[in-house]
Design a protein around this ligand. Sequence first.
Ligand SMILES: Cc1cc2nc3c(=O)[nH]c(=O)nc-3n(C[C@H](O)[C@H](O)[C@H](O)COP(=O)(O)O)c2cc1C
Length: 281
Amino acid sequence: MSAYKNYAVQYGRPVDDAIEDRYGETDGLVRQDNAVIDHMLMHRTIRRYTSDPVAEGDFRTAIAAAQSAATSSNLQSWSVVRISDPAHKREVNQLCGNQRQIEDAPLMLVWLADQSRNYAIGEAYDTPREAFDYFETMMLGTIDACIAAQNAALAFEALGYGTCFIGAVRNNAEALSTLLQLPERCVPVTGLVVGRPHPAHDTDIKPRLSQGIVVHHEVYRVAAGEEISAYDRIMSRFQEKQGMAAHGWSSAVAARLGTRSALHGRDRYMDYLRAAAMGYR
Ligand SMILES: Cc1cc2nc3c(=O)[nH]c(=O)nc-3n(C[C@H](O)[C@H](O)[C@H](O)COP(=O)(O)O)c2cc1C
């Protein structure tokens, strides 16, 4: 059963109610009768999985979806490491905050901004390779990797899998690079764990900021405090429904971005990038 149907069945709601859940209120948004859009609107991160493996054909389909994403100048500056051996996944998890969802999921993917392939091509052509010294070039690979990963996530969800992105692959990027035997100019950007959603632990659609806060017409408009407070109230209701502490959203933002220690090692990521890519400018 797909995650898409799960939602409709478990909560007994028509699919297009997802858009209402996304904003925690009805705000007159136009519903489109479109399966792709419905599917995107129903996304929620899944952190509990059954032990069912990811089928080979499904994996290859999801990678084809990832490779179908747009890619800057068709440079295809990304790669992905597929980790399904439980002992290897455990080692990876030790560097990624020992997260239960990594332990639980049958598959973990580590998405890489990868300029190593293109650098080797430059070497083969004996070109100067100046652009590789600039952060922009690794940023380009990062953007490509994220777009590809999101396409894969949507494809996995469409095939009935649940996913959880893992930013914690950047916690100990240097050690993870060694473990995964990454070459120079090839760095972890995000992880993605994949598995069949555990039927006893489905999650609701998490509300987002209102469109009025994130969309700016012609020029930027700073959101008023009350607009943020309104979202805090929506998030508190969501958290209560989920049986979580109802602290809203903005206090979590302040805590997450408040201290260096909350970065869990990612404060060293830029130094790692400079070393892994031989000195960015
Ligand atoms: C790049 C990225 C990294 C993330 N890293 C983690 C992670 O390490 N652990 C985790 O449990 N969730 C992680 N998440 C999931 C977010 O917490 C989740 O997407 C967010 O709370 C919104 O919830 P939703 O996806 O269910 O709508 C990550 C998401 C993204 C996009």
